[in-house]
Design a binder for this molecule. Structure first.
Ligand code: BTN
Length: 235
């Protein structure tokens, strides 16, 4: 197994993604950095990522031929690992793992030269969140009252990431996207997508072979969205 063939484990780091960057030259592909807690965990757009003990905080060093679907396979692998443990989250494009409408995990993909640092955070057994996160964030434990063994979920996740990464390298894109469509909560939903310079609203139709979201505006125009923050429109 490539993913996790080398493991760097620490009680605490500022951020596994930042630490992974210091290993880029030396660590083999598939190396995993895993910690019990992060003191400066980071989310997308430079946001803080709440990372106390009880979650899975990890980064993986990858050197794929084409980086475009890494976030997609990460979402599929996290969903597979949790579904195998009886928890049924979904994917909100591009990188959110959601359960009962709340975010229980996320991925942060960073590219440095030709190396990808894939950061994954899963709020597994966290029992409370700071006030400012409570409305939007949750954990597997809070949503299901199940306490899943962190080591077991981590091992399953590494195995599923390995499997999805092999599929990607074998160009089994159709199969991977079929699985992503199965897990996503977005198909057919009305969304608003925030981009740096504009907003787009419409209905989600599909995902493209390079991971872009396909959205139909109310005037019928079909748009391809490559990056942004996606919000489900309240009904
Ligand atoms: C997001 O949804 O905004 C992405 C969250 C990514 C969090 C993980 S936890 C492990 C890794 N190290 C970090 O500092 N961030 C990622």
């Amino acid at each position: 197994m490539l993913i996790g063939s080398k493991l760097y484990y620490f009680d605490s780091l500022e951020s596994t993604n930042e630490y992974a960057k210091t290993l880029i030259k030396d660590a083999p592909e598939g190396a995993v950095i895993l910690v019990d807690q992060q003191t400066g965990g980071r989310g997308r757009f430079g946001k803080q990522w709440y990372s106390p003990e009880g979650g899975i905080w990890m980064s993986i060093i990858l050197r794929p031929p084409d980086p475009s679907l890494i976030t997609i396979i990460a979402g599929v692998a996290v969903c597979r690992a949790l579904h195998m443990n009886g928890v049924l989250p979904g994917i909100k494009w591009p990188n959110d793992i959601v359960l009962n409408g709340k975010k229980i995990g996320g991925t942060l993909t960073e590219i440095i030269d030709k190396t990808i640092i894939l950061g994954i955070g899963v709020n597994l057994n966290i029992r409370e969140f700071p006030d400012e996160l409570e409305a939007t964030a949750s954990s597997v434990f809070l949503e299901t009252k199940k306490h899943l063994e962190k080591k077991m979920v981590f091992d399953t996740l590494c195995k599923q990431l390995d499997d999805c990464y092999i599929m990607l390298k074998q160009n089994k894109i159709t199969d991977l996207l079929t699985e992503w469509r199965h897990y996503t909560i977005l198909l057919g939903q009305q969304v608003v997508i925030e981009m740096p310079d504009k907003e787009l609203s419409g209905k989600v139709l599909d995902i493209s072979r390079d991971g872009a979201l396909i959205v139909m505006r109310s005037d019928g125009k079909i748009m391809r969205v490559v990056a942004g923050v996606c919000h489900l429109r309240k009904k």
